[in-house]
Design a binder for this molecule. Structure first.
Ligand code: XMP
Length: 515
């Protein structure tokens, strides 16, 4: 285990992911974690993250000073390095010139931390403060044109500091440096593997659940599907997957999903057809947030009714991932038992509370994992590739891809148009080129002509997006021929549509979805 003490850097999670990529387990903890707590965890090394503060600010976050005496290797990154220097008797000052972006790292001492890191390699910098004077016993390992102390070490005590961010992708020698730290300096073994994780989770699930029953809300996304496979492997029929069809999924998807899980993999799936109730709840509603609220609320209602009908269940399985755990640390813990309890179900709608008598105990086997690790686990336990690499799909589904009021007629139109989009990008083998690619229906009508007939019908918007994480996005430069093909097919094959337009707005300022 490598512990990352987080001082509020946007990159703390990324450091953890990089370390895990070397097959060494790592966790992000608050900078307030005490030495006693750390001793109990028995990490082989500690990394102090960057952070937005200056070490000389009043009230700047500090770690427990006892960590310097723990006798384990410590690496300070950016703010973490400055804190190390300050606490050990050196000085940090506002730099004459801050350094932001790429910088060439000139290596002065190519031993331990910088073994196999090439001289003049590019590293990503982002700092306004610099180390002015090193504490006793420290040496310079590398410098940049603007920063004399870009990497430092106290070799004997195994304390290291770097001013740059080895974890970001622009830092070319970053991964080599991280490997040096975890393998050679901390002496970790590469034991954090998908196979080991699967084996251990199956053991843990069995030990925890015993002969009891588990309920799981299956959405068809990669998290809940992986969870279903894992639980099925661990406890077989004692897990029941509840799949609520609210009527806003893509054409054929509910049928295919049930077929795949139930028939092909013999997983216990309860298909709940709630299409009419959801549609009724949206009658006359045009505001996007109100739509989401109503869908979320109805989801909880159906979930409650059905879990009473199918139950009782002792446990609820949730696809909580590691980033959710970091964000919600300490909340939702039963003060008596210390176990995490569900007061909300983490549906993709993220709303609504559960009534008291339905407060399940939780099984959260994915809570140590990042999203990319979930995909690996899914793959390893046989989840089909089409689910592992499926585009993200919003919980409220097509209901928020029909701008304004949702009606049965509009849903049918959009489902058909959306199917054509998917068919064509799959046929052209470019599905994975996009973050998302979908159709949106607008509630206005325009004039067209087909044969000798005048038409007056809805337009469909095509939204093809490239993105790394959905936070920012760009519209995809799709070949005109493909757009033409999709447009022709939609206008000819989907009744009620006479025009197709292409959305060329990036995010920001647009959002990916239209609602
Ligand atoms: P926006 O439209 O905010 O979308 O740029 C960013 C990402 O989030 C997805 N999205 C949702 N997912 N429930 C969800 O589960 C929602 O209400 C929702 N709204 C947007 C969207 O598909 C994109 O991937």
């Amino acid at each position: 285990l490598i512990v990352i003490l987080d001082f509020g850097s946007q990159y703390s999670e990324l450091i953890a992911r990089r370390i895990r990529e070397t097959q060494v387990y790592s966790e992000v903890l608050s900078y307030r974690t005490t030495v006693e707590q750390l001793r109990q965890l028995d990490p082989k090394g500690i990394i102090l993250s960057g952070g937005p503060n200056s070490v000389y600010d009043l009230g700047a976050p500090e770690c427990d000073r006892g960590i310097w005496e723990m006798g384990i290797p410590i690496l300070g990154v950016c703010y973490g390095m400055q804190l190390m220097v300050q606490q050990l008797g050196g000085t940090v000052e506002r730099a004459e010139r801050g350094e932001y972006g790429k910088a060439a790292l000139h290596i002065d001492d190519p031993t331990d931390l910088l073994t196999n890191v090439e001289d003049d390699t590019t590293m990503w910098m982002s700092h306004g403060d610099s180390v002015a004077q090193l504490p006793d016993g420290f040496e310079i390992l590398a410098h940049t044109d603007n920063t004399p102390n870009a990497a430092i070490a106290h070799h004997e005590r195994q304390l290291y500091g770097v001013q740059f961010h080895p974890e970001v992708v622009h830092s070319v020698g970053g991964l080599a440096m991280i490997r040096n730290f975890v393998y050679h300096i901390c002496d970790c073994d590469p034991t954090w593997t998908t196979e080991a994780f699967v084996e251990e989770s199956i053991r843990e699930i069995r030990a925890k659940v015993g002969e009891k029953r588990v309920l799981l809300a299956l959405s068809g996304g990669v998290d809940s599907s992986t969870l279903a496979f894992l639980l099925h492997k661990a406890i077989g029929d004692r897990v029941t997957c509840m799949f609520i069809d609210q009527g806003f999924m893509r054409k054929y998807e509910p049928e295919q999903l049930v077929k795949l899980f139930a028939e092909k993999f013999h997983i216990n799936v309860e298909y709940i057809n709630a299409r009419d109730r959801f549609l009724e709840k949206l009658d006359g509603i045009t505001d996007p947030e109100e739509k989401r609220r109503r869908i979320g609320h109805e989801f909880i209602q159906v979930f409650e009714e059905e879990s009473r009908r199918l139950g009782p269940f002792d446990y609820l399985a949730q696809g909580t991932l590691y980033p959710d755990v970091i964000e919600s640390a300490d909340t939702n813990v039963d003060p008596k038992t210390g176990e995490r309890v569900a007061v909300k179900i983490k549906s993709h709608h993220n709303v609504g509370g559960l009534p008291k008598d339905l407060r399940f105990k939780l099984v959260e086997p994915l809570r140590k994992l990042f999203k990319d690790e979930v995909r690996k686990v899914g793959r390893a336990i046989g989840l089909p590739e089409e689910i592992v690499r499926r585009h993200p799909f919003p919980g409220p589904g097509l209901a928020i891809r029909i701008v304004g009021e949702v009606t049965a007629e509009r849903l049918n139109i959009l489902r058909d148009a959306d199917l054509i989009v998917r068919q064509e990008i799959k046929r052209h083998d470019i599905y994975h080129d996009f973050w998302q690619a979908f159709a949106v229906l607008l509630p206005v009508r325009s004039v067209g002509v087909m044969g000798d007939r005048r038409t007056y019908a809805y337009p469909i918007v095509l939204r093809f997006i490239s993105s790394e994480d959905g936070m920012t996005a760009d519209w995809s430069r799709v070949p005109y021929d493909l757009l033409e093909l999709i447009s022709n097919r939609i206008v000819n094959e989907v009744d009620g549509v006479n025009r197709v337009v292409y959305d060329i707005t990036s995010k920001p300022p647009g959002t990916i979805e239209w609602e």
